[in-house]
Design a protein around this ligand. Structure first.
Ligand code: F6P
Length: 365
């Protein structure tokens, strides 16, 4: 009987997930005694009855590095420590099924697990590791907010999509002498916003790390738009907020969804600008999930493949409790407990902030 490693993808999907899976399977197939098993929708595949597990061989992963999404599905709800259950009164609660999951993995002869996911998934990895599971984490998110790694895969693709949107908005804004506000993802980090604003040449970029003042933005509008002539592009991160304000978010009523759903920062800013006397036409574009859909770019395919190969090599070395990370020029393993202790957000003296200021970009302060 072959030794078995389980692969799971958790959290929001992200371009490059399939390339990681393929990297794991291709590396494992070079070892005669190992077999890779995929769990459907994160660990749900293990927890459901009957289990939803699929053996992943080279044939199954052939060519998938080019495809977006994940062939084994994902979820950002529930998980082994908070499995949703309906209470007698009809409300939803949760139960800890982690011990049961470990037993099921043992029963399936699963020796090790590779958990591909963001901060939430890696916190689950650490808790499972502390319970004795042989686990390796792989950092995934378009937001690039995971600590320890120079980049997460999926981020560069999201930046490219957002930059393409800025490029397209420039031509229509210029033609109509309009202001466009482009809202991009990123949760509490402004990486996608700042990268795409610099790449696309936006005049204003508002990120969660720097609360904005409407007066400062109005000043820039007055400089750029004179007698109704001129245009302006503002890139705003979904987690951006005015000085003294908060994020725009709604609590989702989806069962097991533990996060706030961010969205609406651009519309709020439009209203703030109008209230401050802005006379130009202001239009809002929300890029949303277009940033996570579709094919990964070449950079993300390569990074994700490197992560997949390294994760399998760490399994072979029994180097557990670690997350794969990119530390230029190397792919390394770092203790999961260290990387989940903090977030990767943009610092006030970050080189990218300096560059943005250096080209005269208004950051809202
Ligand atoms: O973390 C990735 C991300 O796409 C964020 O940028 C965004 O806030 C969030 O996930 C949205 O998640 P979903 O719509 O899948 O709940």
């Amino acid at each position: 009987m072959k030794r078995r490693v389980l692969v799971a993808t958790g959290g929001g999907d992200c371009p490059g997930l399939n390339a990681v899976i393929r990297g794991v399977v291709k590396r494992a197939s070079q070892e005669r005694d190992w077999e890779v098993v995929g769990s459907y929708q994160a660990f749900n595949g293990v927890l459901r009855e009957p289990m939803e597990l699929i053996v992943l061989n080279e044939e199954k992963v052939s060519g998938i590095h080019v495809k977006g999404g994940t062939i084994i599905g994902t979820t950002n709800k529930g998980g082994p420590f908070a499995w949703p259950v309906k209470e007698k009164d009809g409300t939803w609660g949760s139960v800890d099924r982690s011990d049961e999951m470990l037993r099921k993995l043992q029963y399936q002869n699963i020796e090790a697990v590779i958990n591909i996911g963001g901060d939430g998934s890696q916190s689950i990895s650490q808790r499972l590791y502390e319970k004795g599971l042989n686990i390796i984490g792989v950092p995934k998110t378009i937001d690039n907010d995971l600590a320890g790694t120079d980049f997460t895969f999926g981020f560069q693709t999201a930046v490219e999509i957002a930059t393409d949107a800025v490029d397209k908005l420039v031509t229509t804004a210029e033609s109509h002498n309009r202001i466009f506000i482009l809202e991009v993802m990123g949760r509490d980090a402004g990486w996608i916003a700042l990268h795409s604003a610099i790449a696309g040449g936006a005049e204003v970029c508002l990120i969660p790390e720097i609360p904005y003042s409407v007066d400062s933005i109005m000043e820039r509008i007055h400089e750029r738009i004179v007698f109704g002539r001129g245009f302006l592009i503002i890139v705003i991160a979904e987690g951006a907020m005015p000085v003294g304000g908060d994020v725009v978010a709604e609590e989702l009523d989806e069962v097991g969804y533990a996060h706030k759903h961010l969205g609406g920062a651009a519309s709020r800013l439009k209203k703030e600008l109008k209230d401050a006397g802005c006379e130009s036409d202001v239009r809002v574009t929300i890029l949303g999930h277009l940033q996570r859909g579709g094919i990964p770019n070449a950079y993300d395919r390569i990074l994700a493949t490197q992560f997949g190969v390294k994760a399998m090599e760490m399994v072979l070395d029994e180097d557990y409790g670690k997350m794969v990370a990119y530390k230029h020029p190397n792919i390394v393993g770092l203790p999961i407990k260290d990387v989940i202790a903090t977030y990767n957000r943009i610092g006030p003296d970050d080189q990218l902030v300096k560059t943005a200021r250096g080209i005269g970009m208004n950051l809202g302060d």
